[in-house]
Design a protein around this ligand. Sequence first.
Ligand SMILES: Cc1cc2nc3c(=O)[nH]c(=O)nc-3n(C[C@H](O)[C@H](O)[C@H](O)COP(=O)(O)OP(=O)(O)OC[C@H]3O[C@@H](n4cnc5c(N)ncnc54)[C@H](O)[C@@H]3O)c2cc1C
Length: 413
Amino acid sequence: MSSNQSIGQSDAGLGEPATEEAAFRARARIWLEANAVGRGEPGDFSASHLFSAKDLSEYWLREREAFDRVVAWQRKLYESGWAGISWPKEHGGQGLPEWAEEAFGEEHGRFGVSTKLLSVGLQLVASAIRAHGTPAQKARYLPPIIQAEEVWCQLFSEPDAGSDLTAVRTRAARGDGGWIVDGQKVWTSGAGASDLGMLLARTQEGSEGRVGLACLIVDMKASGVEVRPLREMSGAYHFNEVFLSGVHVADDCMVGNDGDGWSVARTMLSSERASIGGGTSARAALELIATARDRGVHHDAIVRQVLAAAFVRERVLDLHMQRMQEDDTVKGGGSVLKLMYSEHARLTSSAGMAILGMGSIAGESERSRAWGERFLFSPGLRIGGGTDEMQRNLIAERGLGLPRDSQFAGRSM
Ligand SMILES: Cc1cc2nc3c(=O)[nH]c(=O)nc-3n(C[C@H](O)[C@H](O)[C@H](O)COP(=O)(O)OP(=O)(O)OC[C@H]3O[C@@H](n4cnc5c(N)ncnc54)[C@H](O)[C@@H]3O)c2cc1C
């Protein structure tokens, strides 16, 4: 892979932040206009984490195509200097401030492109390895993430451990030169297309709760790993069951210390909330406006209120993200963001369906299919990355300082 350019850097050096940001955004927009497809145009892959397929073989095919498209896009971003904007240079990033990452994300979100399928690696795993990994792990795993050479999944949830992740039972026992893993994970997004998985497992027999856990890097193609796709109500496939039977994991694949897996998991979970909340695939206000125009109802007073509300919600999301970025002490901020995002997805996709009317279920167009998929996926956004109820608990405890439920450790605590 060729080394990436530094297109994001201003030749003029550091100036007034607002001026510098405006110039950075202008450069980003010019590049995106030249290289990215527009929202709603043929080839738009901004919602490509959804795969409706009539059977498993079609699913594998569509999933492969979707991953190939997103991998190619991430590589293009990398080669053009627009990937890892705030990552340190030694890990292949641009070393720019957080605001630049945020600004590029906003501009990127206006186009029909997405790197969401890679977000477990790009955001969750990268944050965990940066915070808890050894220098050797940083050098080994971070560059292939940013160059989209390795795709990751998150092996956390189990049939009896979702909101309360400290109940995980998957076991990692000492084996020859490492660990032998046995157990079952569920709801693993993109497991079949992933090269590596970050696994939360219990290493200390007889331990309970947050103690005795570890985070291990699992090779998804290793012997003993079996991925079984789960079909959703939409007919689409998104996530999987993963069975682990006698899977060998080498010693140097443990991130953080043995017994300290909960703190690594917490880093991933807080990054997950921000990643989902900052996602762009459900940010469909512009698409909603285009749909209303298409249907010739954009002058209707009620429709205009709905369009304005969607637009305002996205603006509030952006401003909230900006506030969190300027002040990293905003308590429960990631939960507020995730909660607002899931509500926005629900309201906007319902509005899209209502504007399309009968066309939303009977129509064959790309647009009606995309709204149908958004609508059917939106309940999942209230659950994935910690349910709405769990986010409210977190806001109550962390943001408002209300008493904590001492009986419950919780997925996101
Ligand atoms: C689209 C999507 C993608 C996902 N991807 C992944 C992935 O890649 N990897 C992975 O590991 N997991 C993934 N998940 C799983 C997800 O994290 C869990 O589904 C989620 O944490 C909830 O756990 P659960 O399904 O076991 O529900 P439960 O924890 O059993 O919750 C059931 C209900 O009880 C409520 N509840 C539970 N505890 C409390 C409490 N203390 N206070 C108030 N209400 C409570 C919940 O809000 C919910 O309504 C994904 C889920 C979705 C929907």
